[in-house]
Ligand binder design. Structure first.
Ligand SMILES: Nc1ccn([C@@H]2O[C@H](COP(=O)(O)OP(=O)(O)OP(=O)(O)O)[C@@H](O)[C@H]2O)c(=O)n1
Ligand SMILES: O=P(O)(O)OC[C@@H](O)[C@@H](O)[C@@H](O)CO
Length: 409
């Protein structure tokens, strides 16, 4: 699977565009994609989060939240430009994030004092009527909050195609709580029937001219206090948005607890696969095979692949999976440093650890009757120092010594 393909968790790289498969899945295999760009409002201060850092820059697994959202959009190769609206004071922070995590197709625009104004500034960057504008106007523009990291290609494709057909489209979700209206004296005025109402989520998509004209015409009041782009399209461009049922993952990170929830979802997603690297064929047939069977039995929802590492680790790609971030290296008698160093440098070249921490467990088996435990532990002390070194590169290395009595043959 190409990095960046649907389901792969690394940034999209030039390569086969998955939209053919996605278009087929959408029931319109022969349809041509319109040109699509995205605007990510990221100029808020995250007041409800209650921490000093604006929530779009809060770290999850030591990576800023907005980087996960960018990665999600970059996996979709038919989105040609991503405009992120950030405050002037956070431009430098955003530029460093784009560089460090190798995000592509990203341009920055200055945020406004409200979310609508930030979105409007992002649209102006795409409108080609800005002096020095290097972006081209798309047929369809997707608007997506920078703090909604769990967005998949299928909903993006659905809203983009619906927007091309209807002028506007937005993701919706069933209401969890009932919506009520309060009277001036703080008492219930009336409640809305929950079954006939929906929560408006993101992503939303629009024919570029529909939403751009709406923003150009809308009142300062709407720019100041509005929260719904679909409403602007209806009110100012007489365009009724097509509503598209979205998945539960479209929720917006708003409160501190949402960061913990997002972290557990990300951890869950990157712990679904383990690559077992055997040192020699013999390992495959003996302890390595047995360990693989135990892991498969104990971790029955985890995909485990294994293979014999060629000398120098060159064939590691043959046994890894595109989004595998967990490696168990089965070492027989040898406990040498160069072999492990070679494996880690191959992992580093794959840039796996830029986006997510990579876990490498070196497993050593010891027949404690043949080698005194103290001597074996001594020979493995290099792992501790090496682990400190590679942690700087987001690789978490640890050693596991399994002592067993050699059964007399
Ligand atoms: N002036 C603003 C305000 C908000 N946003 C962005 O709009 C998205 C959704 O807004 P919200 O969840 O309200 O973010 P904040 O305004 O930062 O949160 P709070 O209301 O708690 O301060 C976020 O990505 C936020 O960065 C923006 O681009 N410009
Ligand atoms: O008001 P907030 O800035 O928290 O959220 C903005 C949008 O995400 C919110 O209004 C959605 O319902 C989509 O319109």
């Amino acid at each position: 699977m190409e990095p960046g393909a649907a389901g792969d968790s690394r940034p999209a790289k030039p390569g086969p565009c998955v939209s053919g498969a996605a278009l087929a899945a959408s029931g319109e295999p022969g349809r041509r994609m319109p040109t699509v760009a995205a605007v990510l409002p990221a100029g808020g201060c995250g007041e409800r989060m209650g921490v000093g850092t604006p929530k779009q820059f809060c770290p999850i697994l030591e990576r800023p939240l907005i980087s996960y959202t960018l990665q999600a959009l970059e996996r979709v190769c038919w989105i040609k430009d991503i405009v992120v609206a950030v405050t002037a004071e956070n431009m430098g922070v955003m530029e460093r994030i784009v560089q460090k995590y190798q995000h592509t197709r990203v341009s920055l625009a200055e945020a406004g004092v409200t979310r609508h104004r930030s979105i409007f500034n992002g649209l102006k960057a795409l409108a080609e009527d800005e002096p020095g504008c290097k972006l081209s106007k798309p047929q369809v523009v997707i608007i997506h909050d920078a703090v909604r990291p769990f967005v998949e290609e299928d909903i993006l494709l659905q809203v983009a195609l619906a927007a091309e057909e209807h002028g506007a489209a937005g993701a919706i979700r069933p209401l969890v709580s009932t919506v009520i209206s309060a009277s001036a004296d703080g008492c219930l005025d009336h409640s809305l029937e929950r079954a006939t109402h929906r929560a408006s989520e993101m992503p939303q998509a629009f024919l570029f001219d529909v939403i751009y004209e709406a923003y150009q015409q809308c009142s300062d009041y709407d720019l100041e206090f509005g929260t719904e782009c679909l409403q602007l399209a209806l009110k100012y461009s007489d365009t009724k948005a097509k509503l598209v049922e979205g998945s539960p993952d479209l929720w917006k990170v708003t409160y501190k607890r949402d960061l913990s929830a997002a972290e557990s979802i990300i951890k869950e997603r990157i712990s679904q696969e383990i690559c077992m690297v055997m040192d020699t064929k013999e390992d495959t047939e003996r302890v390595g095979y047995l360990l693989e069977e135990v892991l498969k039995k104990e971790l029955n929802n985890v995909k485990i692949v294994s293979g014999v590492r060629s000398h120098g680790g060159r064939d590691i790609q043959q046994i890894t999976l595109p989004q595998c971030y967990n490696f168990v290296c089965v070492n027989g008698a040898a406990s040498d440093f160069p072999e492990t160093q070679q494996l880690l440098s191959v992992l580093e070249q794959s840039s796996l650890s830029i986006l997510y921490p990579v876990v490498v467990v070196l497993v050593y088996f010891l027949d404690f009757k043949s080698v005194p435990l103290g001597q074996k532990m001594e020979s493995l002390m290099w792992i501790r120092e090496f682990a400190k070194e590679v942690k700087k590169r987001n690789i978490l290395l640890c050693g596991l010594l399994i002592c067993y009595p050699q059964v007399a043959s």
